[in-house]
Design a protein around this ligand. Structure first.
Ligand code: NAD
Length: 360
């Protein structure tokens, strides 16, 4: 298969972790007979340095012309970098918002998986962790409270602030379809999270999700109120497979879910649109404090590349091979500094990439 990938290395540790992800993809290509064609795209601080803006129109068009985007991270040291001495719309992270909008990425997907080798980093008690957990939070990314009408004004002599939570049925349907499609590639269970006992938007959410579920008879659907879900995540995380929810609930729950895995360098993510196109990136930032030192953990980016194989290219076997290679390296006791534990062997970014690629 020929796979066209726009690569945004970005800033800080971005170029180092992307280099390792490409190394692993190239090994996949070699073993399974695929070719990855990479086109480098500038975004973030490096684009500001080159063009004065965090994302040019040409860069966005290049991203669109590919089948998927693999992104490292953008941004610098917020307190010190000159990239932050300008208006917010010209800062590195503005590139991220612009590309998400430009590519119509409405579905954000963040897996939370606990490797038993890293269970000590999980803040939950052992009896709660049980056999571990393996879930995906599917968050609607372009609607809801963060995008609704808002204003602050004086009403009857009192300063009053209003935010509006709006969803139409199409916005709900398209993210629900994504969640069920993804559940079909996993353990076939969707938990839809809302606040239907209070919010109209949640009642519509529940109705539309029920309708979509009819097209997926193999998938088990249950509905859960968001307050209960926040509790269940720390009481019984093993019960979840795909958690489907709206923008603000997803913002909060995905952070909670990633916290209980305990290791930021391991967390992948994807943002998807209605086609097979997706943008794949680690959940962490550009870590300027450790950039250029060959100590960053490349695993989140490598696992993001595995997601790209599965969801944009339908290369499920190849994705599983990457995940198995990561698992093997951890089982053998290799660790980057951020996940180092007693009795393990510490390696740098490059060596971690070599070890994973060698196990494909
Ligand atoms: P961060 O995630 O970059 O770093 C937080 C801490 O985790 C740091 O101590 C860092 O060294 C460590 N860390 C992060 N990734 C790691 C890895 N792969 N291996 C080992 N350690 C790792 O968050 P921050 O410090 O708040 O932000 C730094 C910059 O990144 C800022 O400019 C911020 O705006 C940007 N940022 C970008 C994205 C993105 O590109 N999607 C996301 C979040 C933050």
């Amino acid at each position: 298969m020929e796979c066209k990938v726009a690569v945004i290395s970005g800033d800080g540790i971005g170029p180092e972790i992307i280099r390792e992800a490409k190394k692993v993809l190239d090994k996949v290509g070699q073993i399974y007979g695929h070719t990855f064609h990479y086109t480098e795209v500038l975004m973030g601080g490096c684009s500001i340095d080159a063009y004065g803006v965090p994302l040019t129109d040409e860069a966005l068009e290049t991203a669109k012309a590919n089948d998927a985007v693999l992104l490292g991270a953008v941004g610098g040291d917020v307190g010190n970098s000159r990239w932050y001495q300008v208006a917010p719309n010209l800062r590195p992270e503005a590139g991220l918002l612009a590309i998400r909008k430009g590519l119509n990425l409405f579905a954000n997907m963040r897996p939370a998986y606990l490797y038993k080798e890293l269970a000590d980093a999980c803040p939950l008690k052992k009896e709660i962790i049980g056999d571990g957990f393996d879930m995906v939070i599917m968050r609607e990314l372009t609607g809801g409270l963060y995008f609704g009408e808002r204003y602050t004004k004086e009403i009857d002599g009192l300063m009053t602030a209003v935010d509006t939570l709006t969803y139409n049925e199409n916005e709900i349907r398209r993210i629900a379809v994504k969640a069920f499609d993804i559940a079909m590639k996993r353990r076939k269970k969707v938990t839809s999270v809302d606040k239907a006992n209070v919010l109209d938007s949640s009642r519509l959410w529940r109705k539309v999700v029920d309708e979509v579920a009819k097209d997926y008879p193999e998938v088990t659907l249950n509905h859960m109120l968001v307050d209960n879900c926040a509790m269940q995540l720390v009481m019984n995380p093993g019960q979840f497979d795909v958690v489907l929810t709206e923008n603000m609930f997803g913002d909060i729950l995905s952070d909670e879910a990633s916290m209980i895995t305990g290791s930021i360098g391991m967390l992948s993510s994807a943002s998807l649109n209605e086609t097979k196109f997706g943008m794949y990136e680690p959940s962490h930032g550009s870590a300027p404090d450790i950039a250029g030192k060959d100590i960053a953990n490349p695993i989140a980016t490598i696992l993001s590349a595995a997601m790209m194989l599965r969801y944009s290219f339908d290369l499920d076997q190849e994705a599983a091979a990457v995940e198995a290679a990561v698992q093997k390296v951890l089982t053998e006791g290799w660790r980057t500094a951020d996940i180092m534990a007693e009795g393990c062997t510490k390696v740098g970014t490059t060596e971690m990439g070599d070890l994973i690629a060698a196990r494909i």
